[in-house]
Design a binder for this molecule. Structure first.
Ligand code: 5GP
Ligand code: MN
Length: 336
């Protein structure tokens, strides 16, 4: 692994740079990518953010969004840009399988790769690494990279600050997860000083739902929530037909998983959705309960201790049965 500080002199000349982030990008994926993009373009670099898939409308307003390339819609152009790239930033993921088919293109590239990430167990594909599982968001690490590695705090302008604020806000669940330390609040204050309009960003991300999305959320809570008191666990399971009925679009299911954890005493919650070609699981937990262990062991996934995800090619019914069958082995942890 090379010294991150070496990038300082490398970035003194204009470079061809690609920034990429994980499948179905969330607020931190887009916020950290566009935050870095808005920083780099000020130095005359040729920068393109390439996402492996599309992402929701409530994340499509950030500065620089108009220049983002979605790989699945622009395969040829993406391949061209990677071939020309001298540097590829990989943000908010640490295994190339998280960027689907685009991962093999990145892997085969001779460009130097920089991983900036806060997930467990990174794969060894990078040349430079800024990795810290204690960071509340990749956007926090991008801030740290710009300020403490590149010594370019003065280039954190309104656009950079707006994107990084969005990443930290969304990944810390609006500044309430345990890793939202005093240091994070200090960074957030700096971002506001640099021009991020905090109340407007909250409004753009959280108060722009479609009517369908709000009704779907209500349906999940009132009709689909199951509570397993013996295991202090709750779950919401939705099938393809229900998604179609409510015209559910990319990003519309985000956040629904959290409601199940809002019940007093509940330690673990799952949101299980039947997608086109697979079943996707999102798990959330409280305290010491390792949601990521369940995702890794049984559902081909991973994540953080309190927020993890995975998937399965089994039927929805089978996945739900499997999830329930796992709980007795964790009963002690769940009922303590
Ligand atoms: P979400 O439930 O919001 O999709 O994801 C929660 C966390 O779990 C995120 O930090 C994400 O990186 C991780 N995660 C979600 N799905 C997967 C997956 O399929 N594989 C892995 N390794 N991590 C996942
Ligand atoms: Mn993140």
């Amino acid at each position: 692994m090379l010294q991150l500080s070496r990038l300082r002199s490398f970035l003194e000349q204009p470079r061809h740079i690609v920034i990429t982030t994980h499948h179905k990008p969330d607020g931190d994926a887009m916020g950290s990518s566009l935050g870095l993009y808005n920083y780099l373009i000020q130095q005359g670099h040729h920068v393109t953010v390439i996402t492996p898939t599309d992402y929701p409308d409530f994340l499509s307003w950030m500065p620089g969004n108009g220049d983002v390339l979605i790989y699945t819609d622009n395969v040829e152009k993406s391949v061209e840009l990677v071939a020309a790239a001298e540097l590829i930033f990989c943000l908010d993921f640490n295994t190339l399988s998280r960027i689907n088919q685009f991962g093999e293109i990145v892997r085969a590239s001779t460009a130097q790769k920089v991983m900036i990430d806060h997930h467990l167990e990174p794969e060894d594909f990078d040349d430079y690494r800024h990795w810290d599982i204690n960071a509340c968001a990749t956007a926090q690490l991008v801030y740290d990279f710009i300020v403490n590695q590149l010594h370019r705090k003065e280039l954190i302008n309104k656009d950079v600050a707006t994107c990084l604020y969005t990443g930290i806000m969304t990944d810390s669940a609006s500044f309430k997860l345990p890793n939202t330390t005093a240091a994070v609040h200090r960074i957030v204050a700096e971002l506001i000083d640099s021009g991020a309009v905090n109340w407007a960003i909250h409004d753009l991300v959280y108060s722009t739902m479609s009517e369908d999305r709000l009704r779907f959320t209500g349906y999940c809570i009132s009709s689909k929530l199951e509570v397993l008191r013996d295991f202090n666990t709750s779950l919401i399971v939705v099938n393809k037909k229900e998604l179609e009925h409510y015209n559910v679009e990319t990003g519309d299911t985000e956040g629904i998983v959290n409601y199940g954890l809002g019940i007093e005493g509940i330690k673990l919650t799952a949101f299980i959705v039947e997608r086109k070609d697979r079943v996707k699981l999102s798990l959330r937990s409280k305290g010491e309960f390792p949601a990521n262990e369940i995702c890794k062991k049984y559902f081909n996934g991973g994540g953080h201790r309190n927020a993890a995800g995975g998937e399965s090619s089994a039927s929805l019914e089978e996945v739900v049965a499997q999830f329930k069958s796992i709980l007795p082995a964790y009963k002690k942890l769940l009922i303590q």
